[in-house]
Design a binder for this molecule. Sequence first.
Ligand code: BTN
Length: 327
Amino acid sequence: MSIDSEILTAMRRAGDAGTSGAELAQKLGVTRAAVWARIEELRALGYEIEASPLHGYRLRNTPDVLHADDLLSRLWRTTKVIGRDIRVFQETTSTNDVAEKLARDDVKEGVVVFAEAQTKGRGRLGRAWLSLQGKGLWFSVLLRPALRPQAATQLTVAAAAAVCRAICSQTGLTASVKWPNDILLGGKKVAGILTELSAELDHIKYVILGIGVNVNLTLTDFPVELRRIGTSIQMEQGRSANRAELAVALIRELDADYARVCDGRFTAVADEWEQCCATLGKSVHVLIGRRTIDGRAESLDEDGALLVRTQHGRLERITGGDVTLAK
Ligand code: BTN
């Protein structure tokens, strides 16, 4: 835990009572001047920190920026795997690229990479992902699960359920999932998940879960062609959302579901997923390369694949492609 994380945590815990420079210096094993220098740095980042002889330091407001030490302070080591290491970039090509580099450098699983903006954000099926500066949560999680490659869809399904729960707990809005990776609010896409993996025949080497959440975009932020199908939390709730709080909620939910998948409790995750699913029981049109399948989405199998009953009564197992709800 860095000095900034410790300072932010101590101020959060002290609340209105405040914490003195002397207390902080003693706790952290540094001088009061060093504490003062860190406070000044935090202020320069936009943290409103009140200093008074009576109360010491009090945290009054936090800026709308993603700051790794702040996110770590908010999580305060409460997650098992995901979010014990957090890295924030102002701009990158794609956070999945950064996470992949970390994977190849043998960085421990659970590291989360955020970027305030992506210049080459990507979605499924080769699509681009709009990643405007400071408007959303664009992040990737590196995982090294002991799963067969065929079971990787379990992670996408688990992540989708986790994203729905986090959005719901932070905003009160009801999000739903369109299999496998689209998170919808009011029928429009608010978030997406891009799962990329490196695997041998029988085991996964690593998985990168790339998650994009449109948090504070307005209608005009979207290109015209996306306005009909895309939305943001701000557009749905009529006011902006706190990105840092949502980021922490997402990390907690992802960590909880990752534990369930790793413990072989995917059925519990799938049951929850089904409750927020906008696909099951519906007529769907599936496009896989040039092949199309029309039918009714019946259920998920034990690997997270979608089982679709065709008009001819055959059960098709869908592991990829584009699923749209038939009108
Ligand atoms: C989709 O819906 O097609 C998936 C979108 C995934 C977007 C996220 S943003 C963070 C991470 N980095 C990327 O380049 N893509 C994912």
